[in-house]
Design a protein around this ligand. Structure first.
Ligand SMILES: Nc1ncnc2c1ncn2[C@@H]1O[C@H](COP(=O)(O)OP(=O)(O)O)[C@@H](O)[C@H]1O
Ligand SMILES: [Mg+2]
Length: 507
């Protein structure tokens, strides 16, 4: 008997409906086929489902059974089709009545004993279920909390196949989940490092505050041991929490990457990712045969910290150009192009030369001018051009290290940044962008009006520093954030002057 059960496939962060069709033919020989561009994990579903059915007390397949995953031209991957295939087979073999399942979606991996297993990418599927008007979503019990972020659909946490069939036969129902309300966490976030622990480095701290306030990119340069890594690690403690929309965006990415924490499957703190310089291009930007998000997407709405920046292979860094500009990464593959969001703030750090002491006031640099030049050329011009704040992190002297006035704690700085985030939320309401660094030319025109004194400053800077049009726009955006930190509606010449200070020094 022909039967059809709905399921869903993750395509990047999006989803597509997959109809699982099953039928049987009376032949002498037993056969079980899955067709419709399945990957290896789905082919293995044959064995998992057969044994899961048997171990849950159901009859075997008999005859020749064909499962078709439609549409046939869509590449499908992963073990999430086990559950719908099992339900469809039970209907075909008349072990489950032909009840109406057209309002329901089934997704989940099965273990050989019939129990369900955690499956990645469930949050986007729950969103799909709601947006496309389906009423019921059946998923593994361990994914329940993640799906429960989405309200207005019935989410059924399934423990095992036997329990699901008992529910569908109306013998014993599974209780649908309530919306978890997890967005509103009472848990105060804890941070491993606090700005108060960093002595001196006032200029670097100021730059990082501006960066966090408007999501601008930073490059820190200084001798070894001056505190660059320490400073970067304090950034999470000055970042305000994400808004509900951002939480959903980020949690979706982690769901598809299979990286949601099991105990609390929601990402509420802004991500801080610090991949090592030996990471591959695919690990950094994403990809693979069935593309998965890379570090830059896992850092979406948070920080991507690239320590020892020039040590990253140049081709790997060049991949950052498009995401640094557009906030997305497009990955081409045979079946078309996939995009993942990648709107991160880049924090990079470097030594000024191979030995590290070219700019140091105390220790002598042992590099030749040629070596220094070669080292500084490791990062290409287009990447340097996309970084708004270039800061020197000098050696801290003994007096400052030993004590001095207590430094400002992160909580106080976070309050100030939070106010600037509020200003930006009002400014960009309904405009499709969120932070100053994301402003497009039309937004710059509208929100970055400057006075005559600032114009004169900018005119001089453009001609003397040979600024590109991109740098010019980036200075205006940075000026906007500096003015916002002062709660000034208009950008004034002192704001532009400070923004100009952060341009890279000409060699
Ligand atoms: N400004 C500072 N205040 C307090 N401790 C510091 C400071 N700078 C460096 N340190 C100490 O030195 C260690 C090394 O600093 P680190 O950030 O790794 O240097 P870098 O990355 O610049 O080579 C830190 O873990 C910290 O203990
Ligand atoms: Mg370091």
């Amino acid at each position: 008997m022909f039967t059809k059960v709905n399921s869903c496939a993750n395509i990047g962060l999006n989803c597509e409906l997959v109809e699982v069709e099953t039928d049987q033919m009376k032949t002498d020989q037993f056969a079980f086929l899955i067709v419709g561009l399945p990957d290896a994990a789905i082919q293995e579903a044959k064995e998992r489902v057969r044994l899961a059915l048997r171990n849950s007390g159901f009859r075997g397949l008999g005859y020749k059974t064909v499962v078709n995953l439609a549409p046939a031209d869509l590449h499908k991957e992963g073990p999430g089709f086990d559950l719908p295939i099992a339900v469809s087979i039970l209907q075909t073999t008349e072990q489950l009545d032909l009840i109406d399942l057209k309002d329901s979606l089934f997704v989940g991996e099965l273990a050989l004993n019939g129990e369900t297993r955690h499956t990645s990418g469930i949050l986007p599927i729950a969103i799909f279920t709601k947006e496309h008007g389906y009423k019921n979503l059946y998923i593994p019990e361990t994914n329940a909390a993640e799906a429960a972020l989405i309200s207005e659909i019935n989410i059924f946490p399934v423990k095992n196949l036997f329990q699901l069939i008992a529910h569908l036969k109306k013998i014993e129902s599974i209780e649908p989940l309530k919306n978890s309300g997890m967005f509103h966490s009472e848990l105060a976030p804890t941070f491993s490092a606090d700005m108060a622990h960093v002595h001196g480095q006032e200029q670097a701290k100021r730059a990082l505050e501006i960066a966090a306030a408007g999501c601008h990119n930073v490059l820190m340069s200084g001798p070894p041991g001056s505190g660059k890594t320490l400073l970067a690690r304090t950034i999470p403690s000055i970042l305000p929490p994400m808004q509900e929309e951002e939480i959903l965006e980020v949690t979706k990415i982690y769901s598809v990457a299979g990286l949601l924490p099991k105990d609390r499957p929601i990402i509420t703190n802004r991500p801080f990712r610090s991949p090592h310089h030996t990471s591959s291009g695919v690990a950094l930007v994403g990809g693979g045969k069935m593309p998965k998000p890379g570090e830059i997407s896992l850092a979406h709405r948070g920080i991507l910290f690239l320590d020892e920046f020039p040590e990253f292979p140049r081709p790997v860094l060049e991949n950052l150009r498009q995401p640094l500009e557009d906030g997305v990464i497009s990955i081409s593959r045979a079946q078309g192009t996939l995009t993942f969001p990648a709107r991160f703030t880049l924090i990079a750090s470097q030594n000024p030369c191979p030995c590290g002491y070219a700019t140091d006031t105390e220790k002598r640099c042992t590099c030749t001018p040629m070596q220094i030049l070669k080292y500084q050329k490791k990062v290409s011009g287009p990447i340097i051009d996309r970084i708004d704040l270039h800061i020197e992190v000098p050696r801290v002297n003994f007096e400052k290290l030993q004590g001095g006035a207590p430094a400002e704690p992160s909580g106080v700085i976070r309050e100030r940044i939070s106010r600037v985030h509020d200003i930006q939320r009002k400014r960009f309401k309904d405009s499709g962008i969120k932070y100053n660094a994301e402003m497009r030319p039309q937004d710059i025109k509208q929100f970055c009006q400057v006075d005559q004194a600032s114009l004169d400053l900018l005119r001089n800077a453009v001609s003397q520093l040979h600024l590109s049009a991109r740098s010019y726009h980036r200075i205006l955006k940075l000026g906007r954030t500096i003015a916002d930190l002062e709660n000034c509606d208009n950008i004034q010449s002192r704001h532009i002057a400070e923004a100009l200070q952060y341009r890279p020094k000409e060699n």
